[in-house]
Write a protein that binds this ligand. Structure first.
Ligand code: ASP
Length: 322
């Protein structure tokens, strides 16, 4: 019989309307979840890590969560961890766990889009499904996954796509790894991952988004403020306006790692154009590419890579590794 630890962090799954606050706030605790879960699940332990909306997460809270998950999974008596979490930055927490917590034991994140005061609160259904996934022998080695709305999504590919829908988490152009079908866990495709050993996150990494005709001011500002890395959510397959190239070259010459992601919700960064500011030009300038990671995950990965090494020459190899 498996033992699964439910590590609670807050989010809408833990929220109820509070008259004094004028809206829903995190109120439910692990013991409330345990009391409401159906019988027949594996042996469960609950632990509260924090009780916050995920918009209130700092990098220290995020890193501490990663540390606690890692400690729990190191215990021989723990078979898997389920993290209850706000949906807003859930994909980032999931991806950090995926990228940095070694081992094959399941790490499952779940939450809710509706509070426990609303009709149709789906938190307990999601939590039940997440526990089943964490206890399933098939989910070992998949890294971190998000389980919501009976779908199982790989941390690397999943993103929150809708502000209100319970069907918000999607792995665009890739699809879910599997489904929870009643009491059964069905895995249809598997992913492999490589962890980057890292003792801390480099906090000085900026994320800058491109739009038509935008100037390079935010990029220059980030470098002036001391960024060690900048992720640019570029256009299409990885393109910036030509007037961004001088600032990108200057940043790279000053020792800042520049990563090009795409503002498109799907697809990797790559193109075959010969014009200024396109993929080849950016590569020749020394930029790295986010492959299929969205901007927020590329930022986290760069924080991990820059946290893992001080040696500039090691950065491209570490970046390419996972
Ligand atoms: N505001 C919530 C959060 O903590 C949203 C949610 O959990 O769905 O991210």
């Amino acid at each position: 019989m498996s033992t699964i630890v439910i590590l609670t962090t807050g989010g809408t799954i833990a929220m109820k309307r509070d008259e004094a606050a004028g809206g829903a706030v995190p109120t439910l605790h692990g013991s409330d979840f345990l009391a409401a879960l159906p019988p027949g699940l594996p042996e469960l332990r609950v632990e509260e890590y924090c009780n916050l909306p995920s918009a209130h997460f700092t990098l220290d809270i995020l890193w501490g969560l990663r540390g606690r998950v890692s400690e729990l999974l190191d215990k021989p008596e723990v078979d898997g961890v389920v993290v209850t979490h706000g949906t807003d930055v859930m994909e980032e927490s999931a991806y950090l766990l995926d990228l940095t917590v070694p081992g094959d034991k399941p790490m499952v994140l779940t939450g809710a889009m509706r509070t426990a005061s609303q009709i149709g609160y789906e938190g307990l259904a999601n939590l039940t499904a997440a526990v089943r996934v964490a206890a399933s022998p098939q989910t070992g080695g998949l890294g971190a996954v998000i389980v919501m709305n009976d779908e199982i999504h790989a941390a690397r590919f999943v993103t929150k796509t809708h502000t209100q829908s319970v069907d918000t988490f999607k792995s665009l152009f890739f699809g879910p790894l599997g489904r929870v079908d009643g009491d059964r866990v069905i895995i249809g495709q598997r992913v492999t991952r490589q962890c980057i050993p890292c003792d801390s996150l480099e906090p000085n990494v900026a994320l800058v988004k491109l739009a038509v005709g935008v100037d390079d001011g935010f990029l220059r500002y980030a470098v002036k403020k001391g960024a060690r890395g900048v992720v640019i959510e570029a256009l299409g397959g990885g393109r910036v306006p030509p007037w961004w190239m001088p600032a990108i070259r200057e940043a790279i010459e000053a020792g800042v790692t520049v990563v090009i992601a795409s503002r498109c919700p799907g697809g990797r960064v790559w193109d075959s154009y010969g014009y200024e500011g396109a993929y080849r030009d950016l590569g020749e300038a020394g930029a790295l590419f986010a492959d299929g990671l969205n901007g927020q995950k590329a930022r986290l990965k760069l924080m991990v890579v820059l946290g893992a090494t001080e040696d500039r020459s090691a950065i491209p190899r570490l970046w390419a590794q996972s």
